[in-house]
Write a protein that binds this ligand. Structure first.
Ligand code: ADP
Ligand code: NA
Length: 330
């Protein structure tokens, strides 16, 4: 039987993915290749909704793709492509936008949060319609499953509603995607503010470990990570969020369980944990950084991989768009 299809996208809005992106999302993308027919997209169309620099966007899109290949996305087993290279995305988004209620779109809490940050009047229409483009991303591939964190649940719900609504208005066309919940998804927190999530929009760069950070730099960030009063190395996200975060990262990268780590650090200090975590991070990122550089140093080869990914994606996307257009009356 055919494998279920999974779709996921990630924005090229930073110079590197950080450990939160990797441990909370991308690592699962790699694993899903074993069980699913996987379509993964660097969503550059989504990255222009809040102002951007063209040269930087182009560079970040390439680095994002290179990093995804470098962490183990295998172009033989999954389809990795750049959103702007598949014009069916905005084409389907228009149709879906025409069956989305203005009030329905207005209820998206992410838009409310983000537009507030930008000053409501200045927020773009693109930021407003972002979840509709996201629905098109998913529905074009007839995805059965979409890995979602808490922050994306409402958007996936809209995708499901739009799929069902189109199907009942115009006839069965779209697979209704289900959330793929990953058990034990690591929530990585900011090294400088361990109650907040590690995020590219963190206030301090010292709070984020990028996959492409030089190991000396990440060691320094880990050394100065905010820990907690007390000296015992135990896992308690409530009372010891800083130490618990370091243990979470260590465990996820070294493959050793939290319990095993806590036992190994009994009677030892935060300094030891930080020193060894810096080594674990360095060992983990080194080969990823080498492979990323390899892809970036051979632009023609990277272009070729992405063109092949876009071609595979288009074969599916064009079929879905054609039947959509037909049903709509085009
Ligand atoms: P950021 O928060 O840096 O802006 P995004 O919102 O672009 O990152 O998230 C990209 C993916 O990475 C999403 O699937 C998101 O859930 C995941 N992610 C981001 N930050 C973290 C984190 N600190 N811990 C776990 N997962 C995260
Ligand atoms: Na974010």
């Amino acid at each position: 039987p055919a494998r279920p299809r999974v779709f996921s996208g990630i924005q090229p809005t930073a110079d590197s993915f950080h450990l939160g992106n990797y441990l909370g999302a991308v690592r699962h993308w790699v694993a899903l290749q074993d069980t699913h027919d996987a379509f993964y997209c660097v969503v550059d169309l989504h990255a222009i909704t809040a102002g951007h620099d063209p040269a930087l966007l182009r560079q970040r899109t390439r680095v994002a793709a290179a990093q995804l290949f470098a962490v183990g996305l295998d172009p033989e087993r999954s389809t990795l492509f750049v959103q702007s290279q598949v014009p069916e995305h905005p084409q389907l988004a228009w149709v879906l936008g025409c069956i989305t209620g203005f009030g329905e779109a207005s209820r998206m809490t992410q838009f409310k949060d983000k537009s507030q940050k930008q000053g409501n009047e200045r927020a773009s229409v693109g930021l407003f319609t972002y979840p509709i483009l996201q629905a098109a991303d998913i529905l074009l591939y007839q995805a059965n499953a979409v890995p979602v964190g808490e922050d994306q649940r409402q958007h996936l719900e809209l995708s499901r509603d739009l799929a069902q609504r189109f199907n009942s208005l115009f006839g069965a066309t779209f697979t209704v995607p289900a959330p793929h919940i990953v058990k034990d998804t690591a929530k990585i927190t900011d090294l400088q503010d361990p109650t907040a999530k590690m995020s590219k929009s963190s206030s301090s760069p010292a709070g984020i470990i990028d996959l492409l950070d030089d190991p000396a730099r990440s060691a320094k960030k880990i050394r100065s990570a905010v820990t907690d009063t007390g000296r015992e190395i135990v896992f308690d996200a409530e009372t010891k969020p800083g130490v618990s975060n370091l243990l979470t990262i260590h465990s996820a990268l070294s493959g050793r369980s939290i319990d095993e780590l806590v036992a190994a650090y009994a009677g030892r200090g935060y300094g030891d944990l930080k020193k060894e975590l810096a080594e674990v991070v360095a060992d983990f990122v080194r080969p990823i950084q080498e492979r990323t550089r390899g892809y970036l140093d051979d632009p023609a080869q990277l272009d070729k991989l992405l063109a092949a990914g876009a071609e595979k994606a288009r074969a599916v996307a064009a079929t879905t768009l054609r039947s959509t257009y037909e049903r709509v009356g085009f």
